[in-house]
Structures are given as structure tokens and as C-alpha cells.
Design a protein around this ligand. Structure first.
Ligand code: COA
Length: 185
């Protein structure tokens, strides 16, 4: 993915040198979860440096949105078998609501030729609305846990508190096929 100018900023791939900038963006934006997600899932910092490093080692590739010379938002993609997962979407609170998340999401979706799945907290209704507004559809509750276990490495307590959205929407037996494919690997 190459750098791309948007109306007001630039989207570019992140590299290892961006790690010190990515971490505070995630942890500042994740303040939105405080008191919203289950208390036992909240911890400080929300994303420890070692966890971010391990996510990157596990294949999460971040793109960043640059304004005024610095990163103000990040969004990651992780290839998993035949799908792309959107992982860790965060915009600094001061920059939220200016279309940066939308620009990052459009950029990543345009760069993907595969079905896209993403998981978020069930209680983060603003995030669910954000993705629905961008064409994602919620996966039926009965399929969420099996899909999460097949494609994500997250604790069971997080599985129970999450939703999954897909673009394009999973219709017919698509979800059953994805679950079988993910579980078989
Ligand atoms: C969710 C998140 C990544 C979205 O990024 P963002 O830059 O705020 O997203 P946008 O500005 O594109 O869209 C957010 C809202 O602002 C509105 N908006 C878009 N452009 C706007 C502008 N120029 N001025 C004012 N509002 C605008 C959109 O209509 C959208 O409304 P909605 O919330 O009703 O959908 C960001 O808000 C965030 O980091 N939230 C906290 C962490 C989080 O929930 N992350 C998601 C994890 S899966």
C-alpha cells in the first residue's frame, strides 16, 4: 500500500519506527471503552507495548493517517486464510468525527480483494454504527463465537462480549463455510 493523499491528510503504511506513535493513539482512543466494556476486560494501559508488538508479529499491518506532520489515526489489517480482518481501528479523540476513520476504512477496503471481517465490543454501539454506515453487516449472534474462535486469537471472555461485522454481508451458507474453513486450518 502506498501513501495516498485524502482531502486533508495522507494515509501511509506504518513501519516499525511508528510503534511509539501508534501505542498512544490506541490507548487514548480506547478511553472510549472505559466503563462501557465489561469491567474485567478493561485494563490499563488498554494496549501494552508487548501486546502491540505481538499483534504486529502475528501479521497485523497498520496504515496510518497523517495530519500536521504526525500520525493521528491507525487501522490494521490481518490476513487470515481467505479473509482480511480489520484490526485495531483508533483515531485520537481530538481528531475523531472528521472522517479520518472513514478514510482509513475506505483505504483498507479498497486495498482488499477478499471478504473483510471485523470484531468489536458489543457495547461499543458507536463503532458498530460506524461500520454499518460503511456497508458492514452484523453476523448473526449464533455464529459470532465460532467465527471469532476460528479467525481471532482472543480470550473467551472477549468472545462473549463481542460482535462480528462483515463486508460484503455473509449470505446463504457463507458464514458456515468460513467457520469450517477457519476451524480446519
Ligand atoms: C471508531 C473510530 C475509529 C472512527 O474514527 P473517526 O475518525 O472518529 O470516524 P469518522 O469521523 O469517519 O466517523 C465518525 C462519525 O463522525 C461523523 N463525521 C464524519 N466526518 C465528519 C466531519 N468532517 N465532521 C464531523 N463529523 C464527521 C461521521 O458521520 C460518523 O458518525 P457516526 O459516529 O454516527 O458514524 C474512532 O471514533 C475511535 O477511535 N473511537 C474509539 C475507539 C473505537 O471505538 N474503535 C473501534 C474499534 S473496532
Amino acid at each position: 500500500m502506498n501513501a495516498r493523499d485524502t482531502a486533508a491528510g495522507t494515509i501511509r503504511p506504518c513501519d516499525p519506527g511508528d510503534l511509539p506513535a501508534i501505542l498512544p493513539i490506541i490507548n487514548a482512543a480506547a478511553e472510549a471503552y472505559r466503563g462501557v466494556i465489561p469491567a474485567d476486560r478493561w485494563h490499563e494501559p488498554y494496549m501494552p507495548a508487548a501486546e502491540l508488538a505481538s499483534e504486529i508479529a502475528d501479521g497485523v499491518i497498520f496504515s496510518g493517517y497523517v495530519r500536521e506532520g504526525g500520525l493521528v489515526g491507525v487501522m490494521g489489517v490481518q490476513r487470515r486464510r481467505s479473509v482480511d480482518l480489520i484490526r485495531h481501528a483508533y483515531v485520537l479523540p481530538a481528531w475523531q468525527g472528521h472522517g479520518i476513520g472513514a478514510a482509513l476504512l475506505r483505504h483498507l477496503a479498497a486495498s482488499s480483494e477478499r471478504p473483510i471481517l471485523l470484531g468489536t465490543w458489543r457495547a461499543a454501539d458507536w463503532a458498530v454504527r460506524f461500520y454499518e454506515r460503511h456497508g458492514f453487516s452484523r453476523v448473526a449472534d449464533g455464529d459470532v463465537a465460532r467465527l471469532l474462535r476460528a479467525y481471532w486469537n482472543i480470550p473467551e471472555a472477549q468472545v462473549a462480549a463481542s460482535v462480528v461485522l462483515a463486508s460484503p454481508p455473509l449470505i446463504g451458507d457463507a458464514v458456515t463455510r468460513l467457520i469450517a474453513e477457519g476451524a480446519a486450518a
